[in-house]
Design a protein around this ligand. Structure first.
Ligand code: B12
Length: 305
């Protein structure tokens, strides 16, 4: 996949004229660089950002390095229709259709949090019921999970490069929690919001999260809880992570389907959230406050409280 597009290629991808693209590049609506020979070139993630922000329709996704998507576009179908279509595609292991559905919602400007909280969550929750009444239920579930992981990765890779000065978020799922998708989604949502997200993935000891937070001078740590026993252990051990983070002004946001296990926990720097939309709002709040180690200058040493 080529990292840069010419104005002509991008124009073809969205069915507009090359001259419009050149004009928009020259007036700064879309960021372009010049080759040694003076030709304009547009980075692929910047082209995708422009399409999403401008609500343009993609007619040739292949020119953007994306699969052809023969799908109902989200404006034609409601969230429920998209969730139903995605469920069917995952049920049948139809990779192209599953990717196409998610990609078209993404290109139409839907925030990743909307895509993950809505269609993906709904479809995966339904997929999770199948093992109870079908012999191939577990295989179907594992295949569907793999497709969602691939799609979430692809969407994340399509996001613009992170600002090197943006605050860092580090996160994962705790020891004993094998769930890969929720933490991956959290990373993608945080990245889309403008943070630098470092996803340590499933089965990560809390001590490793803490160590990574110091190493990367993180402003935020996220934790995704999907497995019951692992979440119980977190309930017990969380103060040992939250305390040191609080001393350095690092915020901890915890979410996931087992979050209720932490109900009643009182810790000033710990936020509990149920949805990716809440995570995105949390990150926007942090950015609005100019938060973050790298952006705002976090204390190098723990401060006395
Ligand atoms: C895929 C899957 C697995 C896979 C995971 C593979 C992988 N590497 O990721 C594997 C095979 C490991 C697995 C194992 C098991 N599973 Co399972 N699994 C699922 C399934 C189908 C999908 C999980 C998923 O990815 N969901 C998609 C995400 C998008 O949804 P979500 O987790 O709800 O996340 C949303 C929010 O919670 C929130 N969120 C999540 N993280 C975060 C983080 C932050 C910071 C924030 C703000 C928000 C947030 O945002 C997300 C989007 O809205 C679920 C069904 C379900 N209801 O989720 C069952 C399910 C969770 N599993 C279940 C079961 C029973 C098991 C097993 C016990 C099966 C077995 N007998 O071995 C084991 C237990 C494993 C363990 N150690 O706990 C049951 C749990 C029932 C219960 N009441 O506890 C479920 C509900 C299926 C069912 N209906 O029976 N499973």
């Amino acid at each position: 996949m080529k990292p840069f597009l010419s104005p002509r290629q991008l124009a073809k991808a969205i069915g507009l004229s090359e001259s419009s693209l050149k004009r928009w590049a020259d007036d700064g609506r879309i960021a372009a660089v010049r080759t040694g020979g003076g030709h304009r070139r547009i980075a692929r993630p910047e082209a995708i950002r422009f399409i999403r922000d401008s609500r343009l329709t993609v007619v040739r996704p292949d020119l953007l390095g994306l699969p052809e998507a023969d799908v109902v576009l989200p404006e034609q179908g409601s969230e429920d229709a998209l969730a139903e279509a995605l469920f069917r595609a995952l049920l049948h292991g139809d990779r192209d259709r599953a990717f196409g559905l998610l990609q078209s919602a993404f290109l139409a400007g839907r925030p990743l949090a909307w895509i993950f909280d809505g269609p993906v969550r709904s479809a995966m929750h339904r997929i999770g019921e199948i093992w109870q009444h079908r012999r191939d239920g577990i295989a179907v579930e594992h295949r569907a999970t793999d497709l969602c992981i691939q799609a979430a990765m692809q969407l994340r890779l399509s996001l613009p490069a992170e600002d090197a000065m943006a605050p860092v978020a580090v996160g994962g799922a705790p020891s004993g929690d094998p769930y890969l998708l929720p933490s991956l989604m959290a990373a993608a949502v945080l990245q889309e919001t403008g943070l630098r997200a470092i996803n340590l993935g499933p089965d990560t000891p809390l001590a490793s999260l803490e160590q990574a937070a110091w190493q990367h001078d993180a402003a935020v740590v996220w934790l995704s809880l999907s497995a019951g026993e692992a979440a119980e252990a977190v309930r017990r051990d969380l103060p040992r992570l939250a305390g040191p983070l609080a001393e350095r002004g690092v915020e901890l946001i915890v979410g996931g389907r087992e979050i209720e296990r932490l109900a009643g926990l009182r810790q000033a720097n710990v936020a509990l959230a149920h949805r990716m939309a809440e995570l995105a709002a949390f990150a926007r709040g942090l950015l609005a406050r100019g938060g973050g180690a790298s952006a705002g200058g976090r204390d190098a040493e723990p401060r006395a409280t």
